[in-house]
Every structure is written in C-alpha cells, then in structure tokens.
Design a binder for this molecule. Structure first.
Ligand SMILES: [Zn+2]
Length: 177
C-alpha cells in the first residue's frame, strides 16, 4: 500500500520515470526501519570507476509508513537526478545536490501533515542545525524558498530555479566576505 503511495506521489509531481524506478528497485537493498542499527547505512552509494559513475546502490527501508516513504522519495530523487550520468564523467556531489531531495521531502510532508511525519521532519532539520554541513544548510534554505511558490511545476522548472537561487547565494556570500 505504501509502495503504491510512493509511486502515486512521483506521478503526481512529474518525477516518475519508469526506467529509473526499475533501476531504483533493481539497485536497492531493503531493510526494516525498526532495525535501528541498519539505519546508519541508509543512503545512495555512488560507485565510481575510472572517474565515471558506474552504478548507484541504494540502502532504504521497506515502505510501510509515511516516514519510510519519505526516505525513499529522498533517495529516489538522488537516483533520478544522477541517472543520466551513468557511464559518464560527471560530478555527483555538487554543493546543491541535496536541494531537490530535501525539497520533495518537504512537498511530501506538506501533503501528508501527520504528527508522526512532522515530528520526524523537524528532527531532521534540527540535526542539520546542530551539525551544519554546507550542502544541507543550503538545501534547507533553498528548498524553503522553492516551497513558497511551488505549484506542481516540472522538476526541470524547479531545477532551473534551484540554479538561480544557488547562484544568488554564492554571489551573496562572495559580496559579504
Ligand atoms: Zn541526500
């Protein structure tokens, strides 16, 4: 049931791609989210050989509630946005690579404002505040701005806006140095 919810969310927001979903499922290693020790391995691993992205492997929880769907949305966006880079020489972890995954998390939370999910999401944000890593701080900031006028635009349109905002942010920091 939650897997279906995941797919519906992707479809509703124009981020469903049959080939990528297939790839995602073929490269995921599922675990039970209740198994706390396994959470440490959660995420997308990029296998790079000779400077080229060869493969992505994802460690994600089985989808059986909104939190586990949210985590899958995040990792799926990583796979989706890097899918075209497979077998190419490309930079994966650009400084804005967390923006879109975090943005679509926010969209999901907004559409599913359950107490459980809000709590989880706030906790994540607090973690970022406590140990600020540039990529996450930037992602929180920019995804907030994107939420302000998001009206189900395509991911390409959202991404164009991301580039503009990142550029602005860079200039701003440069000027304030
Ligand atoms: Zn991420």
């Amino acid at each position: 049931m939650y897997y279906r919810k995941f797919i519906e969310f992707l479809k509703e927001h124009g981020i469903y791609d049959e080939e990528v979903v297939k790839y995602y499922r073929e490269h995921w290693e599922l675990f039970d989210y209740l198994d706390v020790e396994k959470r440490i391995n959660m995420g997308t691993n990029y296998i790079i050989r000779n400077g080229q992205l060869e493969e992505m492997r994802v460690v994600v929880p089985i989808m059986n509630n909104d939190i586990t769907v949210l985590i899958n949305v995040h990792e799926y966006i990583h796979v989706l946005t890097n899918y075209n880079k497979i077998n190419h020489r490309a930079k994966i972890k650009t400084k804005d690579h967390e923006v879109l995954p975090i943005f679509y998390e926010k969209v999901y939370v907004k559409e599913n404002p359950t107490e459980e999910l809000m709590e989880y999401h706030n906790l994540l944000n607090e973690c970022i505040d406590d140990t600020p890593e540039e990529q996450y701080v930037l992602a929180l900031d920019i995804s907030d701005k994107l939420m302000e006028d998001y009206d189900n635009q395509s991911i390409e349109q959202v991404n164009r806006k991301v580039k503009k905002l990142v550029f602005k942010d860079t200039i701003h920091k440069f000027i304030n140095k």
